[in-house]
Design a protein. Structure first.
Length: 399
């Protein structure tokens, strides 16, 4: 029976979904733990669920030989040593798309507020100034909405923008199927020069660092606005601050920053502070009650499928095997080093035991191999011992 330990106040619907799937041995630990305390709390755990504050590094993973799967109830997985987890035969699951809609809605709201110059009007009203001037305030209808990075979020934002009457264009480094009437553009420069709203939805990392430079900002219309809810280093914030102060851009909404405070206790420092035409938000693009609920359900479902059938679809560090419900009497999950001869040895062990394989799936990823084998007979401990002795075996479990 699987012992599941959930840390950091994971949404209750995770526990509910696990129970619905028959996994009721669930223990909850409020808050995050570390070091020996964490290892002690997970001593019997076959599955652990964490959010972003629990660090599962190589030392912790090395001290938990019984652990079979990790669920990160969040988007990022930096808090887990993914390589070490893979080396121990432990798949890691997360919820990369649970907050797509939340980000998309915020971006549309920001676009409409910026086009109407609401941030300035709001700031002035707070200072007692009654500015009813309509100059520079526009409807969203018929304006051109430019999306840089037409992936999950970008495409969803495009659909919402069309639903309020905007025209949509996008630029992506990959060829992407346009949704609705969205128009793909060949260069980012074209998009910047034409759009009334420019919104960024590219991944982070070296390839997208500072793709919005002073030169590219200079291509934008002075009436246009820029939105970044992607990653903090995608925009050169110094250049953006200068462009806004010089009136070369009408406004901006920024949710992500090159340096973000680690907690509420740290001061948020940015060259954009104090500008009335900038909406600043503390990296909350995806932070909604609905996203938390979705995350709870999405990760719990992945864990339940792994426990019930060995499914590893969408694991971040592991060969992916699609969901196939267990129908034969026994299913063997064999995790091994990706090297020649492993499957031959594995199948010889089944044959020597007089067992016929009714289905087998194999996937490899980097140094790891993963085979799921179904046989319509019960499997005894002697055969399990032999399967675990197959050269290259990392872990072998029976369902
Ligand atoms: P995705 O991977 O589905 O889409 C990214 C798209 O950008 C892909 O279509 C890719 O081909 C394209 N791309 C990559 N490099 C590009 C470049 N140089 N120029 C143009 N296109 C490029 O990612 P998803 O899920 O849509 O997320 C987008 C961003 O939103 C990510 O950076 C993610 O970290 C961020 N995010 C922010 C949140 C927040 O709270 N503010 C919450 C969730 C995601």
């Amino acid at each position: 029976m699987s012992q599941i330990v959930l840390l950091e106040k994971i949404h209750p619907n995770a526990r509910q979904l696990l129970a619905e799937q028959g996994f009721t041995d669930v223990r909850e630990v409020p808050g995050a733990l570390s070091g020996p305390e964490l290892i002690a709390a997970l001593a019997d755990a076959t599955v652990v669920g964490i959010r972003s504050r629990t660090q599962l590094d190589a030392a912790v993973l090395g001290a938990l030989p019984q652990l079979r799967a990790i669920g990160c109830f969040c988007i990022g997985t930096n808090q887990v040593d993914l390589k070490a987890a893979a080396a121990h035969g432990v798949p890691v699951f997360n919820a990369p798309y649970s907050n797509t809609r939340s980000v998309a809605e915020l971006v549309i709201a920001q676009a409409m507020l910026l086009l109407r110059r609401i941030p300035e009007k709001n700031a002035k009203a707070h200072r007692g100034v009654w500015d009813k001037n309509a100059q520079g305030a526009y409807e969203a209808r018929n304006k051109l909405f430019g999306i840089i990075g037409y992936g999950n979020i970008g495409a969803q934002v495009g659909i919402l923008a069309e639903s309020v009457g905007m025209r949509v264009c996008y630029f992506d480094v990959e060829s992407k199927l346009p949704l609705g009437n969205a128009k793909p553009l060949v260069t980012m420069e074209e998009l910047l020069a034409q759009s009334d709203v420019v919104t960024l939805h590219v991944p982070g990392g070296a390839a997208t660092e500072n793709i919005i430079t002073a030169e590219r900002l200079a291509l934008m219309k002075p009436s246009a606005v820029l939105i970044n809810a992607a990653r903090g280093r995608v925009v050169d914030i110094g250049a953006l601050s200068t462009a806004l102060r010089q009136g070369k851009l009408a406004g901006a909404a920024i949710d992500v920053f090159p340096i973000e405070p680690n907690s509420e206790k740290e001061e948020f420092v940015s060259a954009l502070r104090g500008l009335d035409n900038v909406i600043l938000t503390p990296h909350i693009g995806g932070s909604t009650e609905e996203a938390q609920e979705n995350i709870g359900r999405e990760v719990a479902e992945k864990l339940a499928r792994f426990l019930a059938a060995g499914t590893t679809r969408s694991a971040v560090n592991f060969p992916e095997i699609a969901h196939l419900p267990k129908e034969a009497r026994s299913r063997v999950l064999h995790i091994h080093r990706n090297e020649p001869g492993v499957i031959a040895h594995l199948n010889a062990a089944f044959a020597d035991a007089g067992l016929n394989i009714v289905a087998q799936q194999l996937q490899t990823r980097g140094e790891l191999g993963y085979a799921i084998t179904d046989v319509d007979a019960s499997i005894d401990e002697a055969l399990m011992t032999r399967l675990r002795q197959v050269p290259g075996t990392i872990r072998c479990n029976l369902l």
